[in-house]
Design a binder for this molecule. Structure first.
Ligand SMILES: C[S@@+](CC[C@H](N)C(=O)[O-])C[C@H]1O[C@@H](n2cnc3c(N)ncnc32)[C@H](O)[C@@H]1O
Length: 399
């Protein structure tokens, strides 16, 4: 059985404790440095694991969930023995300490961004914030492909935007003069994260294992014709889960889709705008251009009882229901061969959200595995998701 010395999670209100922790210096990618100390008793060398701290951005209010699933992913690699710092409730970020485990951003549901933390400064002087930050960056090895100054996605964070805009060119100019900043999308990004004006967390992200968006937020603009803001969720899901070539391959004009819980039509709109024919199932009315659209057939039926006459390419589903019930429905569609790809929402319960998701997503995996169906499954709490997450499930080549 796994043993580990992680202290019980506490939600703190002060940043001081977090910032007082020692942070491992930057390491060249993929080099697991293990310092060795001689045991006084045996004279043998005992490996002391290097502590690495990770800074993760998340939706405010989901710090516990974000840290919980990150630690769980790390434990699948090896026991976590690092002591954890307090989380700050509603801060929009979490810091997790690990002893050498690797993390996969793609597999994390609640993390908007994954940053290896190198340095933190708890008390920046009012008159000169630049010098201590530059000194900290000077101590880091290597150059950086981009400089991202970021703040938490909170009301307090928004008040820092003007300050960050003023500060960015100062830091950028200094780093360019030092030759530390290259314009290279393949090199590590340097993140300067201000939880407030007086403190800063300095870290870097791997462009191949992180979000490509500033603050981990893939903003979308609402199309004038779309009948609801929910359209942004599906637009973001498409951008997040599929690269450009997958989007071209999997979302083609002439394809077919079923939208369960379609009204007033924001998700349906995303499909018809790509030339996809949609059966929109909802007792509520479809609105705007979708009330009478040549590519839309509106059926006033129960989405849990509806069965398509013919298999479709896509199932999209945004019904407000328990995650377990939606997961069962989605599994049933794949097992029956009624669709090849799906994007659906799982509405989160107030408590035990990670456990509820484990059960729902685990249920889908078990069912599809039992049927010998090969698939790709990815889940994220998107920027446009509130108390919910979005899941992409796609059938791949059969085994
Ligand atoms: C969040 S809204 C969907 C918004 C939609 N995706 C959009 O972009 O405009 C949820 C919808 O699910 C529908 N709904 C809930 N339970 C349903 C059921 N059992 N069958 C069909 N529709 C259902 C509701 O009527 C509601 O319109």
């Amino acid at each position: 059985m796994e043993t580990q010395a992680v202290k019980p999670r506490r939600v703190g209100t002060k940043l001081t404790r977090l910032l007082s922790l020692n942070v491992a210096p930057a390491k060249p990618a993929a080099s697991a440095q293990v310092s060795r100390e001689k045991s006084r008793h045996t004279g043998t060398e005992t490996p002391t694991p290097t502590l690495t701290q990770w800074l993760l951005y998340c939706r405010p209010g989901f710090e516990q969930d974000c840290a919980q699933e990150t630690l769980r992913q790390a434990r699948q690699h090896k026991p976590v023995i690092a002591e954890q710092s307090d989380l700050i409730n509603n801060s929009g970020y979490a810091v997790v300490a690990l002893n050498e485990q690797a993390l996969s951003f793609r597999e994390l549901i609640f993390a908007r961004q994954l940053i290896r933390l190198h340095h933190s400064i708890a008390a920046l002087p009012d008159r000169d914030r630049l010098t201590p930050i530059l000194n900290a960056i000077t101590a880091l090895p290597g150059n950086f492909g981009a400089l991202w100054l970021e703040v938490p996605d909170t009301n307090d964070g928004k008040t820092l935007s003007a300050f960050v805009r003023r500060f960015q060119p100062l830091l950028e100019t200094a780093l360019r003069e030092q030759g530390r900043l290259l314009d290279d999308i393949k090199s590590a990004r340097l993140h300067i994260f201000f939880p407030d004006k007086a403190s800063v967390l300095i870290g870097s992200s791997d462009p191949y294992n992180s979000s490509p968006a500033l603050m981990g937020i893939a903003r979308q603009s609402i199309p004038a014709e779309a009948p609801s803001r929910s359209t942004l969720k599906l637009a973001e899901a498409i951008e997040t889960f599929m690269d450009k070539s997958e989007q071209t391959r999997l979302l083609r004009s002439g394809m077919t889709a079923v939208d369960l819980g379609a009204a007033p039509g924001g998700w349906t709109w995303q499909m018809v705008s790509r030339g996809i024919r949609v059966t929109a199932v909802d007792n509520g009315p479809m609105k705007g251009v979708l009330a009478k659209h040549p590519l839309v057939e509106h059926l006033k039926q129960d989405g849990f009882k509806y069965a398509p006459r013919k298999a479709v390419d896509w199932l999209i589903c945004d019904m407000v229901e328990k995650p377990a019930k939606v997961a069962e429905l989605i599994s049933a569609w794949f097992v029956a061969g009624w669709c090849k790809h799906a994007i659906f929402n799982l509405k989160l319960p107030m408590k035990q959200r990670v456990a509820a998701l484990d059960a729902a997503l685990g249920g889908i995996r078990t069912r599809l595995d039992e049927e010998g169906i090969s698939y790709k499954l990815q889940a994220k709490q998107l920027y446009h998701d509130r108390e919910e997450i979005t899941v992409f499930l796609s059938k791949t080549k059969n085994r």
